[in-house]
Design a protein around this ligand. Structure first.
Ligand code: NAD
Length: 444
């Protein structure tokens, strides 16, 4: 049964993920009970733990880890630090991880973690104490480890937090050989892999190249093939947005607008993301960037004239309210869940190509998989030959993104009833997870 889209304008992110799943599942020939196994979030752990702040006061901090599917182990998914995060959001993100790993053939189940804290309002020392205590809470419950559950960065976290996690886990498991593989996205000096920091943004641009290489798909949207000269609008200039902008620019596209919470800037001649970030660091705002038009309402930038829109901030950004005004012909989903089902329908009706999150931003988890392999092998890729690690990683990433696009595009060509790339991607993921369950069985 295809679920009806509820009429509420902004629904929970988790409902949206279920909606997309159900829409694809209706086209998959699997029994309903098996589909229910795949769709359900198998475990959510919620904890509250005390941490002392700089003033010596004890604060209770909320944390979660959701393990959506253990059909393959370890499970994998980032850790989000945000004041607004809640359990439902963590479950939605964990579900997307299951489907994402299946699409890019990364042999992991899906998971996600979160801590309810605004990292911008915390000192590094307080954040370190929170991160180490959160890791302890996970370790204590067997929710982290190279063979069970391997976190990574997400919104509000990065290599620094991953290093603290790896160090805490290693301290709690003295004598274990493979502790570095308990988390990915670490600095290279702590067992990370070259290319992981850039991987999600780089993967997005590989995904865009695949989409733009299809002459018929481009012609249908009045676009030429290739990235050259494409006008790109980026929302969010954190890890994903920054590297998406950088690799778009380096591939010949023009980043004409960048939107962040305090506003947006627009320059049809193209923006240099490094200079923009430097200006924002110095002046504490993106507004006033030399040579660009400043816009106080960040959301206005999404509706500017452009060919590609890259939402790379948060979920539920493209909705029924702004989708009709969005001019971009390609929506490249860097963020998880940026498009609501209502907006998704509007894009389809207007002939825009949506390259969906569960495929488009899978570059991060792909290179995290390479990092995990490196940690288990205890050797840098290329060390036993004469290639360089970054080149090996980027080639592996490119092949992965190209192969997954072919699978999804081919599924849509073969089964036009799947209607769009998102539904086709979900259907591919469902088929792969279903096959694992059918072959493996259910125990006990
Ligand atoms: P980040 O914390 O590095 O950056 C998030 C950025 O979004 C920040 O620049 C923030 O200012 C901006 N932002 C927040 N609200 C905004 C708004 N309303 N308008 C404009 N900008 C806004 O996080 P990230 O790692 O870049 O993650 C961004 C998205 O990509 C999330 O949805 C995340 O789940 C997804 N993602 C991240 C990775 C990864 O490897 N880091 C992988 C896959 C998907």
């Amino acid at each position: 049964m295809i679920a009806e889209i509820p009429s509420v304008a902004s629904r929970a992110f988790e409902d949206n993920v279920h909606f997309y799943f159900d829409r694809a599942a209706a086209h998959c020939r699997h029994p309903r009970d098996l589909l229910n196994v795949i769709r359900a979030c198998h475990a959510v752990y919620a904890f509250e733990f005390p941490v002392r702040n700089a003033e010596g006061e004890i604060r209770m901090i909320k944390g979660w880890r959701a393990e959506h599917s253990r059909h393959k182990l370890p499970v994998k998914g980032g850790i989000r630090y945000s004041a607004a995060v809640d359990e439902s959001e963590v479950k939605a993100l964990a579900a997307l991880m299951t489907y994402k790993c299946a699409i890019v053939d990364v042999p992991f189940g899906g998971a996600k973690g979160a801590v309810q804290v605004d990292p911008r309002s915390c000192s590094p020392e307080f954040l370190e104490r929170i991160t180490r205590r959160y890791t302890y809470e996970l370790a204590h419950r067997n929710l982290i480890g190279p063979a069970v559950d391997v976190p990574a960065p997400d919104v509000g976290t990065g290599a620094r937090e991953m290093a603290w996690i790896a160090d805490t886990y290693a301290s709690l498991h003295p004598g274990e050989l493979n502790t570095a593989a308990c988390v990915t996205g670490k600095p290279v000096t702590v067992g990370g892999i070259r290319g992981r920091t850039e991987a999600t943004g780089r993967g997005l641009v590989y995904a865009l190249s695949e989409a733009c290489a299809d002459a018929a798909d481009m012609r249908a949207r009045g676009l030429s093939t290739g990235l050259d000269g494409k006008r790109v609008i980026v929302q969010g200039i954190g890890n994903v947005g920054f590297y998406a902008a950088k690799f778009c620019r380096e591939s010949g596209a023009r980043v004409v607008a960048i939107a962040v919470p305090e506003g947006a800037i627009y320059d049809p001649r193209g923006l240099d993301e490094e200079a923009v970030v430097e200006h924002r660091r110095r002046t504490k705002s993106i507004l006033g960037f030399p040579g660009a038009t400043s816009m106080a309402r960040a959301t206005d930038a999404l509706e500017l004239d452009g060919d590609v829109l890259v939402p790379a901030a948060l979920e539920n950004q493209l909705t029924a309210a702004n989708a009709p005004q969005i001019k971009a012909r390609i929506i490249l989903e860097g963020a998880n869940g940026p498009t609501t089902p209502e907006a998704d329908d509007i894009f389809l009706e207007r002939g825009a190509l949506v390259v969906p999150d569960i495929y488009a931003n899978a570059g991060g988890v792909t290179v995290s998989y390479f990092e995990w392999l490196k940690n288990l092998a205890h050797v840098r890729f290329g060390r036993l030959g004469n290639s360089n690690e970054e080149a090996v990683v980027n080639a592996g990433l490119q092949q992965t993104m190209a192969a997954a696009y072919r699978d999804i595009r081919e599924a849509l060509r073969r089964r036009p009833e799947l209607r769009d790339l998102r539904t086709a991607a979900f259907a591919c993921a469902i088929d792969k997870v279903a096959r694992t369950y059918l072959e493996m069985g259910i125990f006990p």
